[in-house]
Design a protein around this ligand. Structure first.
Ligand code: ZN
Length: 309
């Protein structure tokens, strides 16, 4: 049993189950269009989310992959059949907040109401128990240390709400790159979205616009690095609207927002298919369980010390 160590680590990498997640929101509910489409207009805009989710369910079924669908309460309320179909296909249904307001726009009380309302709505629609939460636009950061205490108080098992990287819209660069326990005395676990190390710097590598805009080879390299060098699962995310190249265009959005939202839509389904076939994927609740022991050993950012469950 003198196998060369590189093949052992390759084997370990090949066996790691990565976390696959879908942030379920409609094409007009994204942060990039927040300034030009108000929430009170949402009900008057043509919805495409259910058809896009069904496309995603088929794409994952074709690779025999199950993942987690972090869903807005607002969407769940209007598409209960879609939520049930997600659950019936073996995926985890979890919460993405009620209407995509970012956590750092709330105080603790308003955040508590938002996540309670979202979870209740989703659970009532799907008849399933919600145990996971993803903040809209990864908006838990150094400004909102109380968010973890509130999630723990409401009994969530895990959160995947931190982007441990510098980014223009979000990010908490001081946060750990891998699973950690944000609160002393609580079993709540945080599963940050994946970053890779490139030239000594952290780079976003867990999906979103980066996956659409950059060649697939970048994501393959990054996930291999995380699995084989770090020996950890990747946490990857995308949106149903990203597999919908025919979605209406928002003409009055900024050039930057339009570039960010529309680039690479036509190639997205093919890239996703490559991704889900090439690596092993599972639900985020499974990844949370698999990461428990290593999360215990991870030091937390200073801003979280002294915050109790
Ligand atoms: Zn979102």
């Amino acid at each position: 049993m003198n196998a060369p160590s590189h093949s052992l680590s390759a084997l370990a990498g090949a066996r790691i189950v990565n976390g696959l997640s879908v942030d379920v929101e409609d094409w007009f509910q994204v942060g990039a269009f927040e300034d030009v489409i108000a929430r009170d207009e949402w009900d008057s805009i043509s919805t495409r989310v259910a058809d896009n989710v069904y496309r995603v369910i088929d794409l994952l079924a074709e690779a025999d992959v199950r993942g987690t669908f972090f869903t807005l309460g607002w969407v769940a309320k209007r598409h209960p059949n879609m939520i049930r179909r997600i659950a019936d296909a073996g995926h985890e249904v979890a919460s993405h907040g009620y209407d995509h307001a970012r956590v750092f726009t709330f105080d603790r009380k308003a955040f508590a109401e938002d996540i309670r309302k979202a979870r209740q709505t989703i659970e009532d629609c799907a008849g399933v128990k919600v145990s996971g939460y993803r903040a809209p636009s990864f908006s838990i950061d150094h400004r909102t240390p109380w968010a973890f205490a509130e999630l723990a108080e409401q009994g969530y098992a895990y959160s995947s709400s931190v982007a441990p990287v510098v980014h223009d819209h979000y990010g908490w660069p001081e946060a750990p790159r891998f699973a950690f326990r944000p609160l002393a005395g609580s079993s709540l676990i945080e599963l940050p979205v994946t970053t890779a190390m490139l030239g000594g710097r952290r780079v976003a590598a867990g999906g979103g616009g980066f996956f659409r805009v950059l060649p697939y080879a970048f994501s393959r390299w990054a996930i291999r690095q995380v699995n084989r060098v770090d020996g950890r699962p990747a946490v990857f995310y995308f949106h149903p609207w990203e597999v919908d190249p025919d979605q209406p265009r928002v003409p009055n959005a900024s050039m930057r927002s339009r570039l960010r939202h529309y680039t690479g839509l036509a190639r997205m389904a093919g890239k996703l298919s490559d991704l889900v076939h090439e690596f092993r994927w599972g639900r985020m609740d499974e990844v949370a369980v698999a990461e428990q022991v290593r999360a215990d050993a991870m030091p937390v950012p200073a801003v979280l010390t002294g915050i109790a469950a």
